[in-house]
Write a protein that binds this ligand. Structure first.
Ligand code: HEC
Length: 142
């Protein structure tokens, strides 16, 4: 029995670590503010909308790649200088940690104390760029 417990620990721990994106204090505060504002439960009306996704791509290239990188991995040219690092949008655990409503709140309001300053998008453009990011970089969520 004891051996079985040790074995299951060996199996469970790496799985938990792989899934485990833990928001830093800045992101956690932003998530909380989005929740207080009721933004976390709002769905992305542009999700899967082909025209919005094309528009979102142009926005991403113009306003996000310097930090989030052309492949969305958070490794753009400005990323090295930033602590915390820009979000890696290909990290499924990280994507799942906040709703698209929360992400829109982040795009509109920034993550205070980090390089994620509000890029000055309209609410519609924020939805469009998130629809693009979701479609293009996040592999695990339909
Ligand atoms: C100057 C650098 C910079 C630019 C430009 C930038 N970001 Fe960020 N972004 C960051 C950093 C740094 C974080 C991580 C904050 C943290 O983890 O505390 C972040 C986090 C985020 C998050 C939160 C992800 C999560 O895990 O909750 C979203 C969404 C996001 N950025 C979207 C965008 C979009 C969309 C654009 C372009 C319109 C953009 N960012 C432009 C630096 C940047």
């Amino acid at each position: 029995m004891r051996r079985l417990t040790a074995l299951s620990l060996l199996l469970v721990v790496p799985v938990a670590m792989a899934a485990g994106y833990v928001p830093d204090k800045y992101a956690a505060t932003a998530y909380k503010k989005a929740q207080t504002a009721g933004a976390d439960v709002v769905k992305n009306p542009k999700e899967g909308d082909a025209a919005a996704i094309t528009a979102g791509q142009a926005i991403f290239v113009a306003k996000c790649v310097t930090c989030h990188g052309t492949g969305g991995k958070g490794d753009g040219p400005a990323a090295v200088a930033l602590d915390p690092h820009p979000a890696d949008f290909t990290d499924g655990g990280r994507w799942a940690a906040s709703s698209q409503g929360t992400k829109q709140w982040v795009v509109l309001n920034g993550v205070q104390g980090t390089g994620m300053v509000p890029p000055g998008l309209s609410p519609d453009d924020a939805w469009a760029v998130l629809a693009y990011i979701h479609k293009t970089f996040e592999p695990n969520v339909p």
